[in-house]
Every structure is written in structure tokens, then in C-alpha cells.
Ligand binder design. Structure first.
Ligand code: SAH
Length: 397
């Protein structure tokens, strides 16, 4: 039964995409419009049913498929509750020994437009689409979170840029349930501050959780952590290394990193960490020229390629960083090198790394290759869910 649910017809390309298991249809592949955030039924040009989707009237991604069945508005809350329960159950099985993980990851959990991160006893929710900004859907999410995590506070983290893109009214980040908006959380035994509402917001790149632990297994000597943010890798390296130089261009991020260091110093002996505010490109050049040498170097830059068109420029950036780092690695030294650009494929990233090693005159052995932690699942049919690459390698002695 369709009732008053709008029906959207998608062209052949859109239909092929959905039949191939992707969940997005771009605006250029559909004819009709629907109200912002509406539940819609999707059909191909021969009126064959493709399922139910959430519609955005402003995003280029006009349709995000929810189900290959045509569901009613009344059935929507039940479907969402079941998806949320499934996402939580998956983490309960896979995210062990941590109080913090991504509880729901949008498309990867078939909840397109919804992200929830757990930082110990505080849940941070992000509604990224018109649909998940609808009061009834927010209520379903909040009620489910209260049911599954009765003791946790829930806050909403707002990305002003995304609300603008979705043509949603501006809103501040806010506490939705409970009283706590800040807490201390632990990844692999390393403690971090989380504050979801202060001017100086904190949080973590939870997708690197397993990679922090992997890096720490090989780290040794003097270490350099480039693009440290709030010290994610640096604090892990400090447990295994004599000293760590941790670099970022953001002073506020480094201030939180220092506070994180204090949290850990009380409990654990660890190597000295020197927090250094600098542009990574300039600093690597200067350090390489000065002949500095390291046993371990981590490179975890922001996404250099935001679109397919910028991939070649991005690869040049990655190559420059990796080349300079490789020149500073001691024999037997460890390079942990990452890219979170979805548009740069793993094959392109490895090819770049091989070329950088060639130019540096070093042979590199790959020790481990990883993506994001398991609480950031990859849906093979939605390649955008696989974005992070983290390669751990060793320079020959
Ligand atoms: N490794 C971090 C995440 C890094 S995010 C972790 O595991 O938590 C990318 C970081 O790069 C941000 O903190 C940003 O401030 C920093 N950054 C961006 N451009 C930079 C530049 N040119 N030089 C130094 N830092 C930069």
C-alpha cells in the first residue's frame, strides 16, 4: 500500500545503482521531487519497485535507500528501531575491550544519514540529513538509545556546514538526554578527554582505534607523530618509545593533547612527548634537511582529495610527506602511513608509497595493512564506506 507516500522514478542509471546494492541515487538520475526529508517509494522507468528511501530536497544525493520493500510511514519507526538494535548488537560482538566506538555508521549500518559515537558514558549523535532531522525520527533514535544505553547521556553534535547543505535551520550542539556532556574515555588503555559542547570540542578519530594498538606493537626508538590532532597516535607511541615529537598546525588541538598526556602520565610511565605547533610540510622539510632520524614515524594527514578531480594533487601531497618521512627513518624503522581520502584507492596509495620508497632509495616491507576499526563497517556495495587506509611498514636495515 502506498497511501500518500510520494513515488520517485529513477532513470536506468539510478536503478542499476540500486540493483547493484548501492543505496544512493543522485539528483541527476531522478525525475520527480518530494518534500524535504520524506519517506519515498522508488520505482524504475517501467514502474518496477526498487524499495523505500529517505529523500533530500537539497543534497546531490537525493535518495538514500532504506529498504528494498515498499514500507509505510507507520512501519518506519519499527524498521529504524530494528536497524539500531542490529547496529548495537554488532558492536557488542566486535568492539571488545573499549568503552568507546562508533555505534551507528550511517550507510554502513543501513541507517543512511545517522551517526552515533559512544565515548564511555556519553553518546554523540549526528543527524546528517533532512530525514534524520525530522522530530519523529529523532525521537525514535533517542528512545532506542535510552533503551539500549540507559545510563548514558546523549548529545547532538551539529555540523553547521552540513545543516546548511541540507537547507536545515541553524542549530547549536546540545544535550538531549542526561546531564553529562563531557567525560573521560579509554582506547587501548590510553585515556582521553571528551567534551561535546565546550567551545573547544573534543573527541577522537575512533576509526583509528585498532590502528593505534597495531602501531604501538612495532613502535620503537624516537618517534615522530605528524598530524597528531589531540595525540591519538602519540599517546600510544609514548608507551613504547623513548620520546615522541607530535606535530599539528592547530594550537587548540595540541592543548587538548597536552591535557590528555597529563591524564595518562599519572598512571603510566611513558616517553617524553614534545607537542609542536607547525605546518607539517615545512617541518618535515626542515627536519629532513637537519638530518634528523627516527625509529618510528606516523603520518595521518586530513583528507587531501575531497573529490575525484583532486586525486592527482592529493597523491603528490602524500608522496611528498612519505618521501620526507622515509628519508628520516633509521634502518629497521617503522612508518605508519594513513590516508582517509575515499577518492584515493588503496591501490593508488600503495603505488604512491612504492614510488616514494624508490625515490628515497629505501626498500619497504609491509607489516600490516588496515582500514578503519571494525565498528566502522564496510559495505562492499557502498564503496564510500571504505575510506581509511593505514599501512604499517618497515624500512630495510
Ligand atoms: N592522527 C590524528 C588525526 C589527525 S586529523 C588522530 O589519530 O587523532 C588531521 C590533523 O591534521 C588535524 O588535527 C589538523 O589540525 C592537522 N593539520 C591539517 N593540516 C596540517 C598541516 N599542514 N600541518 C600540520 N597539521 C595539519
Amino acid at each position: 500500500m502506498t497511501g500518500s507516500i510520494p513515488v520517485i522514478t529513477v532513470n536506468q542509471r539510478g536503478a542499476a545503482r540500486l540493483r547493484g546494492g548501492h543505496v544512493w541515487v543522485y539528483r541527476s538520475d531522478l525525475a520527480a521531487e518530494a518534500p524535504p526529508g520524506a519517506l519515498v517509494h522508488v520505482r524504475d522507468e517501467r514502474r518496477k519497485r526498487l524499495g523505500s528511501a529517505l529523500y533530500s530536497s537539497s543534497s546531490q544525493i537525493a535518495i538514500r535507500l532504506l529498504s528494498s520493500e515498499e514500507i509505510t510511514e507507520e512501519a518506519l519507526p519499527g524498521l529504524l528501531r530494528a536497524r539500531i538494535a542490529g547496529a548495537i548488537e554488532f558492536r557488542r560482538q566486535t568492539a571488545r575491550d573499549t568503552d568507546s566506538y562508533r555505534v551507528m555508521f550511517s550507510e554502513a549500518d543501513l541507517l543512511p544519514g545517522l551517526i552515533v559515537d559512544k565515548y564511555n558514558d556519553v553518546l554523540a549523535m549526528q543527524a546528517l540529513t533532512q530525514a534524520f532531522d525530522r522530530d519523529e525520527l529523532r525521537q525514535v533514535v533517542l528512545d532506542s538509545l535510552s533503551e539500549h544505553f540507559p545510563d548514558a547521556s546523549v548529545l547532538e553534535r551539529v555540523d553547521a556546514h552540513i545543516r546548511k547543505l541540507e537547507e536545515l535551520p541553524a542549530r547549536d550542539s546540545q544535550l538531549l538526554r542526561g546531564e553529562r556532556s563531557s567525560t573521560i574515555f579509554t582506547l587501548n588503555g590510553v585515556r582521553f578527554h571528551f567534551d561535546g559542547l565546550s567551545g573547544q570540542k573534543t573527541g577522537a578519530f575512533l576509526d583509528q582505534r585498532e590502528n593505534y594498538a597495531a602501531a604501538a606493537r612495532y613502535a620503537h626508538g624516537e618517534a615522530l607523530d605528524v598530524f597528531t590532532y589531540q595525540g591519538g597516535f602519540a599517546l600510544h607511541l609514548a608507551r613504547a618509545c623513548q620520546s615522541v615529537t607530535a606535530v599539528d598546525s592547530s594550537r587548540p588541538a595540541l592543548e587538548v593533547a597536552e591535557q590528555n598526556e597529563q591524564l595518562n602520565r599519572a598512571q603510566h610511565s611513558c616517553g617524553e612527548i614534545e607537542w609542536t605547533e607547525a605546518n607539517a610540510f615545512d617541518l618535515l622539510k626542515d627536519y629532513a634537511t637537519a638530518g634528523r632520524q627516527y625509529g618510528t614515524i606516523v603520518l595521518d594527514p586530513p583528507a587531501f582529495a575531497k573529490t575525484r578531480r583532486t586525486v592527482s594533487t592529493a597523491l603528490r601531497g602524500y608522496k611528498e610527506l612519505n618521501l620526507r618521512a622515509l628519508k628520516m627513518l633509521r634502518p629497521g624503522g617503522i612508518l605508519v602511513t594513513c590516508s582517509c581520502s575515499f577518492h584515493v584507492s588503496e591501490a593508488e596509495f600503495l603505488e604512491m608509497l612504492g614510488a616514494a620508497a624508490g625515490d628515497a632509495g629505501r626498500r619497504l616491507r609491509i607489516l600490516e595493512k588496515h582500514g578503519a576499526a571494525q565498528d566502522h563497517p564496510v559495505l562492499l556495495n557502498v564503496p564510500e564506506t571504505a575510506y581509511l587506509k593505514c599501512v604499517i611498514c618497515q624500512a630495510e636495515s
